[in-house]
Design a protein around this ligand. Sequence first.
Ligand SMILES: *[C@@H]1O[C@H](CO)[C@@H](O)[C@H](O)[C@H]1NC(C)=O
Ligand SMILES: *[C@@H]1O[C@H](CO)[C@@H](O)[C@H](O)[C@H]1NC(C)=O
Ligand SMILES: *[C@@H]1O[C@H](CO)[C@@H](O)[C@H](O)[C@H]1NC(C)=O
Ligand SMILES: *[C@@H]1O[C@H](CO)[C@@H](O)[C@H](O)[C@H]1NC(C)=O
Ligand SMILES: *[C@@H]1O[C@H](CO)[C@@H](O)[C@H](O)[C@H]1NC(C)=O
Ligand SMILES: *[C@@H]1O[C@H](CO)[C@@H](O)[C@H](O)[C@H]1NC(C)=O
Length: 489
Amino acid sequence: MSSPPPPPPRPPPLFLSLSLSLPMLLLLLLLLSLPPTNPHAAHSIKQAQMMLMDPPEKETLFRIMEAMSSDRDWRGSTPDPCSPGSSWPGIECKPSSADAYLHVTRLDFGASPNPSCRPNATFPSELVFDLPFLQSLFFFRCFTSAKTTLSFPLQGPPAYASLQQLSLRSNPALLGAIPPHISLLTSLQVLTLSQNHLHGSIPRGLGDLTSLVRLDLSYNSLSGPIPPQIAGLKSLVGLDLSYNSLTGAVPPAIGQLPLLQKLDLSSNKLTGSIPESVESLGCLVFLALSNNMLSGRLPDGLQKLQNLQCFIMDDNPMFAPLPAQLGRLANLQELRLASSGYSGTIPGSFASLSNLTTLSLENNNLTGEIPAGLSGLRRMYHLNLSRNMLSGVVPFNAGFLRRLGRNLDLGGNVGLCLNDSESYESAHAGVDVCGDNSTGAFAASSSSMQKPLAWGSRWSFISSALWILLSIAGSHTLMGVWEWYYVLL
Ligand SMILES: *[C@@H]1O[C@H](CO)[C@@H](O)[C@H](O)[C@H]1NC(C)=O
Ligand SMILES: *[C@@H]1O[C@H](CO)[C@@H](O)[C@H](O)[C@H]1NC(C)=O
Ligand SMILES: *[C@@H]1O[C@H](CO)[C@@H](O)[C@H](O)[C@H]1NC(C)=O
Ligand SMILES: *[C@@H]1O[C@H](CO)[C@@H](O)[C@H](O)[C@H]1NC(C)=O
Ligand SMILES: *[C@@H]1O[C@H](CO)[C@@H](O)[C@H](O)[C@H]1NC(C)=O
Ligand SMILES: *[C@@H]1O[C@H](CO)[C@@H](O)[C@H](O)[C@H]1NC(C)=O
């Protein structure tokens, strides 16, 4: 509430104005011409009224609180729940311009400090939508034991037009389907139904919620296709349908969401290839499609997603080559395309991804040499190329190997080998020194032991001297300890 406007200053006696300048005189005349008022008194009446709630609305609120929470005697301890001193965390009231009352605009249940939910609490659909000014409704870890479903009364109660945020998250006892008439909540901007036990398909009517900015249905058991009607969500910035059992293709209509920044469809059962239309998602920053059954080539238009920072698409039966165009995604920081049957070589163009910090291509069928340019990626700190069919000399210098340390994994590529001088820095990368055909980091170390002077490091001299001593002593146990110490380095 704004503070009362200061009362207009009392006009000075007229004779004083004789010495005033012309503008001041005009101001004086203006003030004198104002009708006499008593703004103080008028305001305090309004203020008194605005501390009140409309009695029927207050009764509805108490009935909701009593049904949901046994934290306290709501009527007795908070007779005026909207007045500042007599409120609780998790409720918010605002004055309305339509009448002089305070109205409940937000209710938050479940997690401390908000009211906790009774074990037998169920979704209070018959009551909660009767709060005519409700804008935000949150239930977090609220419905945990008594089975309940989402339901919306059919005859549009008052809150249908006002509700902007509806969030039901981590409610294991929330079951059943998302009812189709969720589309009656026409002002909805944020809809979060994540981490519940919802079943059934995504209602097509969801596409009518044209004000929706964020839609999160992740971590449920939703099945059936992604309805193409989501193309109606023209304001959508975030779409998360991950960790469900959605089937069918990624609908090409998804390309019609011009503001989309985050698209997460991971861990479903989606089939087919990525639609060409994704190239229209020019605002996309985060794209995750991991753990589906998507196949075929990545669309050429992917390179148009110039804002993309994360492209995460592990575990899909792609069985295609890696397109060189991926190297044009200049803002890419994280690229994960592991376990997807990619074949052919790692495109040299990946060396242009100057912002790349993570590259995961492990467990594919990649062949050929590692592009030397990758060693120029200064922000890289996690590189996993393990379990491919890569070959040739590892093109990374000692500095690069030292920087990545244990975050570099090149193991399981039988044809790869390390230049001898670099082997000390890559004891954990899982590659042999060139010319040796035993496997693993131990082999890399022991082979270096045989040629200590090639090491170029004082450690190498000390360690090989020790090695020789131990060999002479014939103490196999101690040698094992030394090898472990070496690995831990
Ligand atoms: C929940 O249990 C309380 C008693 O613990 C009871 O008074 C109340 O009516 C029950 N509410 C519902 C919705 O079953
Ligand atoms: C990389 O990131 C920096 C900031 O982290 C940003 O300024 C730059 O535009 C990004 N893109 C490229 C191509 O370097
Ligand atoms: C690699 O390719 C071969 C055939 O070329 C195939 O049998 C095998 O499953 C592929 N391996 C992986 C991990 O994709
Ligand atoms: C490996 O070492 C040799 C000589 O020490 C050098 O000529 C060659 O460029 C190195 N290769 C790589 C990939 O570092
Ligand atoms: C690389 O990927 C494999 C899975 O193929 C995983 O076991 C290993 O821990 C990863 N290495 C690193 C350093 O992330
Ligand atoms: C690998 O070891 C075998 C004998 O075990 C040897 O015949 C072969 O030449 C070795 N290869 C290399 C590249 O050292």
